[in-house]
Design a protein around this ligand. Sequence first.
Ligand SMILES: [Zn+2]
Length: 265
Amino acid sequence: MTVIAVVETSNVIVLGFVASLCASAGTAVGSLGVMFISSLSRKLEDGLLSVAAGIMLAATFFSLLLPGLEYAGLQHGEVLAVGIVSAGLLLGAVTLFSIHQHAPHEHFQLGREGAEATELSRIWLFVIAITLHNFPEGMAVGVGFAGGELSNGLSLALGIGLQNVPEGLAVAVALLSVGYEKTQAMLFAALTGLVEPIGGLLGAVAVSSAAALMPWALAFAAGAMLFIISDEIIPETHSAGNKSLATFSLLGGFVIMMILDAVIG
Ligand SMILES: [Zn+2]
């Protein structure tokens, strides 16, 4: 009762922004771990990132695509709804693909030489990848809240916040491994999360100014996340021979998000 009243009286844009800011705190919490752990085995890193990917994967279905189909259905009928959500999803994936094509990470590799520099550029590539992918995550949270359905926004913010923890830890530990100080590594890792409230603000603003954008924005965020999971996280976590571990960790993450969605949503 009170919760519903709060949503009605408060500005959904502020709510979306604050929620995505809260979700990004997960990155900071994870990066704090670098104070206690100075290295992650490749196995543990692959497992942790796969859990994160599983949470993201389930979030695309339960918190983005299903509500997207529902909104579009109410606005345009079921047939057109599927078309809109499919188009939005592909648009999100293609957009992320072209950002990746033009992202600075290729220049990092071209501009440096030697084994040490290669390792350094590999780490920065990873940091950039995590930073980039926090954008659609933040957008998803912002859009989730802007729709006015508190439970959907809440489970999204929680799920995204949760999967930011292992991501933040992985980034901080990776930076530590290439010679950054613990506090520097922690700070940089926490900063990668701050892309999230920017995405959150943009998503919330877009949807609040035009309700028709809602299913498009939800599907777009889903497509962007699916692209990152398939193009970035799965190949990375499978590349060192930890395939089964990565697969089952991903499934574990999926189940965690599904439970979160069922309990809150
Ligand atoms: Zn993520």
